[in-house]
Design a protein around this ligand. Structure first.
Ligand code: GLY
Length: 372
C-alpha cells in the first residue's frame, strides 16, 4: 500500500457475498490505480462521465487508468443533467462500449454526480448481464448518499428511477477535492443529505452541521471530512442491515416522499433535489408534531440548521392538492398506502403507515407560512 493510505479513511460495506471499501480523503483519486490492480479486471475499462465533470477531472482519472490497464480504456461522456437519465443514454453507452471492445472481463469507472453514478451503475448491472463498477462521486449528494449502497437506475417519462437494479459497486472513492469546482448552489444542497443522516441516526452530526456551517459553506475540506465520513458510516451501517430496503433502509428516504412530490409538481424546475428534501424533512417533522411524536421544537431545529446552508424552509405557493396526488403515485407507496419516515427525536426516526391525511395536509399548510 502507498502513502495514500495515511491520507484516507476506509469504511467497509459487508454484504453476504460481496464486500467493498469506501475510501474518503482529500486528494485521493490516485487510489483508483491501486484499486484497479486490487480488483484485477482483465478487460478494457470503460469510463463514464458527463461534459461538466470531464472538463475538470477526466484527465486525472484517465492518468490512473492508463497506468494500470493492460487493455486500455474507452470513455463515454454524457450530456449533463437529470433529463439525460434515460434508457436512450444506456443504449448510447452500450454502443460506445461494444464498439470499444468491452467484454465480460471489463469494468466501469463512474466519474460524476448522482446522475452519472445511477446511469453508469445501471449500465454496469445490465451490460452482458452484469460487469463490476467503481464509483468516483463528484458532488456532496453523491459522495454521502447516491454512490453508496447499490441503487442504480434511469427515469421513465412517467416516473423517477422506475427502471433500475440493485448493483453494488466494487469500490467507492470519495475525494473531497473534487468538490472544489462545484457551483455554490449544488455544493450547498448536499448538506441536506448530511443533515438527514444526523436526524435519522446521530444528533451529534446534526449539531456539528449547526455549529460549523460557516466553515463548511466556505468549503473548508478539513472541516468537511468528519460529516462526510460519519454520513458514509451511517449509510453503510443501514445498507448492511437491510440491503434491499425491506425495512430500515427506508429511513434514508427521510424527507424524500415529500421532496420527490415537490420536485414532480414543479416539473423538476424549481428545486434542486437537496432543496426539495430540505422542505420535505421539515414537512415530515411537522407531521410528527401532528402525530404527537415530537414537540414544535423539532421542526424548528430543522429550520434553524437548514437555513444556515441557504436551503429553503418555506414555500408560500405550495400546491397542497397536487402534492397529495403526486405522493399517492410515488413508488414508495405500498398497496396505495403512504408510508412516512417520521422523527421521534433528532437522531431517531420510525416508519409509520397510519398517518391521517388531514395531518399531512396540515403539515403542508405550515410549510406555506414564512413565520414558521
Ligand atoms: N438514497 C437512499 C438509499 O440509498 O437507500
Amino acid at each position: 500500500m502507498s502513502d495514500l493510505t495515511s491520507k484516507l479513511k476506509t469504511v467497509w460495506i459487508q454484504l453476504s457475498g460481496h464486500s467493498y471499501p469506501i475510501y474518503i480523503g482529500i486528494d485521493i483519486v490516485p487510489i483508483l490505480a491501486e484499486e484497479l490492480i486490487r480488483l484485477g479486471w482483465k478487460g478494457k475499462i470503460g469510463i463514464i462521465t458527463d461534459t461538466h465533470v470531464a472538463r475538470y477531472y477526466l484527465s486525472l482519472c484517465e492518468e490512473q487508468v492508463k497506468k494500470v490497464s493492460p487493455q486500455g480504456y474507452v470513455v463515454h461522456v454524457l450530456p449533463p443533467g437529470e433529463e439525460y437519465k434515460t434508457l436512450q443514454q444506456i443504449e448510447e453507452i452500450c454502443t460506445t462500449m461494444l464498439q470499444g471492445g468491452l467484454d465480460r472481463s471489463s469494468g466501469i469507472v463512474a466519474l460524476g454526480g448522482g446522475v452519472v453514478g445511477d446511469v453508469a451503475g445501471y449500465f454496469s448491472a445490465s451490460y452482458m448481464r452484469g460487469i463490476p463498477f467503481i464509483q468516483v462521486p463528484t458532488t456532496i449528494v453523491s459522495q454521502v448518499d447516491a454512490s453508496i449502497g447499490g441503487k442504480t437506475g434511469v427515469n421513465h417519462p412517467l416516473g423517477k428511477n422506475i427502471l433500475g437494479a440493485f448493483h453494488q459497486p466494487h469500490s467507492v472513492i470519495i475525494d473531497l477535492n473534487l468538490l472544489a469546482t462545484l457551483p455554490e448552489r449544488i455544493y450547498r444542497e448536499g448538506f441536506s443529505e448530511i443533515i438527514k443522516h444526523g436526524i435519522i441516526a446521530d444528533e451529534g452530526l446534526f449539531e456539528y452541521c449547526r455549529d460549523n456551517a460557516e466553515l463548511l459553506i466556505q468549503k473548508d475540506l478539513n472541516c468537511l471530512l468528519y460529516p462526510v465520513i460519519r454520513s458514509c458510516e451511517i449509510k453503510a451501517d443501514i445498507v448492511m442491515k437491510d440491503e434491499k430496503e425491506q425495512n430500515i433502509r427506508a429511513y434514508l428516504n427521510y424527507g424524500h416522499t415529500f421532496g420527490h412530490a415537490f420536485e414532480a409538481v414543479t416539473q423538476y424546475k424549481t428545486f434542486l433535489h437537496g432543496e426539495a428534501v430540505a422542505l420535505g424533512m421539515i414537512t415530515a417533522a411537522e407531521v410528527a408534531v401532528q402525530m404527537g411524536f415530537v414537540s414544535e421544537d423539532v421542526p424548528q431545529r430543522h429550520r434553524e440548521v437548514l437555513a444556515k446552508y441557504g436551503l429553503p424552509i418555506h414555500w408560500s405557493v405550495l400546491p397542497v392538492d397536487e402534492v397529495m396526488q403526486s405522493m399517492k403515485r410515488d413508488k414508495k407507496a405500498k398497496a396505495g398506502k403512504l408510508r412516512f419516515i417520521l422523527p421521534r427525536r433528532i437522531g431517531e426516526v420510525s416508519i409509520d403507515s397510519n398517518v391521517p391525511e388531514d395531518f399531512v395536509r396540515q403539515a403542508l399548510e405550515k410549510i406555506k407560512s414564512p413565520s414558521n
